[in-house]
Design a protein around this ligand. Structure first.
Ligand code: GLA
Length: 344
């Protein structure tokens, strides 16, 4: 039965390690943060949906049946409404109220959080049952691909949906299975330093990287880069070989990071973050001057590891700070909070 108002919260995410592995059937170690997007879906009468983005001081109004294209944050809301209907859901809300404490373009997946929260609120308001997390993640992924023009993987959506306070998820994108592991940092802190360079997947070299990975897998005659080995790289021209090498070695670093966490060896974890960054910079080539400056600042402040986080080309840098060090001004401590849920 539909209700007058349903409210859902979906968090942003921090990817500890495992970058550009999701769309290559690879591995990642990620958690949902405490900050996120809260959406209330309110019942009313009529075919129009009015959307109020309180923190942006912005609005949108469109036909629920045929949302039509838009840009920026509006594309995600309209896309969510359209894709839900394509899956047989019947959203009937006439107003959506959006509140967020997640910075846009900072690399914490504000767009995935927005999409997940809109879907959950609309489904609950309509009195319908949400699909399984993997199915909902795919719906949100289609919103990003068809409505915002970025062919992302499932990292952001799955982490937002499956995250748990105080835990990190080891996600295997081949099987879409996620293991929940306790995150004990033994007094170290994870911090994020914004680079000041706002990013969107669609406007970066994201789709090009994805295409290069596809091409590399095709030339190595494997289903995806998950099945490729370092020994196969000689089959590829230089650029494709470096892209593939990043993905292959990054999957290895995710497993090594999982072991380091299990052993409580935070220094080893830091070393893996540094190596992940070097690989993203030199082999995957998704760093920028602003990212390098932020990494250097964090290392100078004593970080045992620092790396660009998310798609690259800006956003935020993630660093592991040992006890007794002081992170640079502008950095914020991040820790795992609960995954997406309805708010009574
Ligand atoms: C962006 C995408 C994710 C993932 C990361 C890189 O955040 O949305 O799907 O590919 O980049 O790891």
């Amino acid at each position: 039965m539909s209700t007058r108002v349903a409210t859902a919260f979906a968090p942003g995410r921090v990817n500890l390690i495992g970058e550009h592995t999701d769309y290559n059937d690879g591995l990642a170690l990620a958690f949902s943060v405490r900050a996120g997007v809260t959406v209330s879906a309110v019942a009313g009468s009529g075919e129009q949906l009015e959307v109020i983005a309180h923190d942006l001081g912005a609005r949108d109004t469109f036909s629920r049946r045929e949302p039509g294209p838009a840009s920026g944050w509006r594309a995600y809301v309209r896309g969510a409404v359209a894709e839900l209907q394509e899956q047989g859901y019947r959203p009937s809300a006439t107003r959506l109220e959006i509140r967020s404490d997640l910075a846009i373009g900072a690399g914490m997946s504000s767009s995935a959080a927005l999409t997940v929260a809109v879907c959950l609120a609309l489904i609950a308001q309509g009195g319908e049952q949400p699909p399984a997390a993997t199915a909902l993640a795919r719906i949100c992924q289609r919103v990003e691909a068809r409505w915002a023009g970025a062919e992302t993987g499932l990292l952001d959506q799955l982490t937002s949906l499956l995250g748990t306070a105080d835990h990190v998820l080891l996600i295997d994108f081949l099987t879409l299975e996620a293991q929940t592991l306790a995150l004990d940092l033994r007094g170290f802190e994870l911090v994020l330093l914004p680079t000041g360079q706002a990013r969107t997947n669609a406007a970066s070299g994201y789709n090009e990287r994805r295409e290069q990975c596809r091409e590399a897998a095709h030339r190595m005659r494997v289903e995806s880069l998950r099945d490729a080995t370092i020994q196969d790289l000689h089959m590829l021209p230089d650029t494709l070989a470096r892209r593939a090498r990043h993905v292959i070695t990054e999957n290895g670093r995710v497993l090594a990071a999982t072991r380091a966490l299990g052993d409580g060896d935070l220094t080893a974890l830091g070393g893996l973050l540094d190596r992940s960054h070097a690989s993203l910079r030199d082999d995957f080539e998704v760093s920028t001057d602003a990212v390098e400056a932020a990494v250097a600042e964090l290392k100078a402040a004593g970080a045992v590891g620092a790396r660009l986080m998310g798609g690259g080309f800006g956003g935020s840098v993630l660093a592991l700070m040992p006890p007794g060090t002081v992170a640079p001004a502008g950095a914020t401590v991040v820790s795992p909070g609960p995954g997406a849920h309805l708010i009574a």
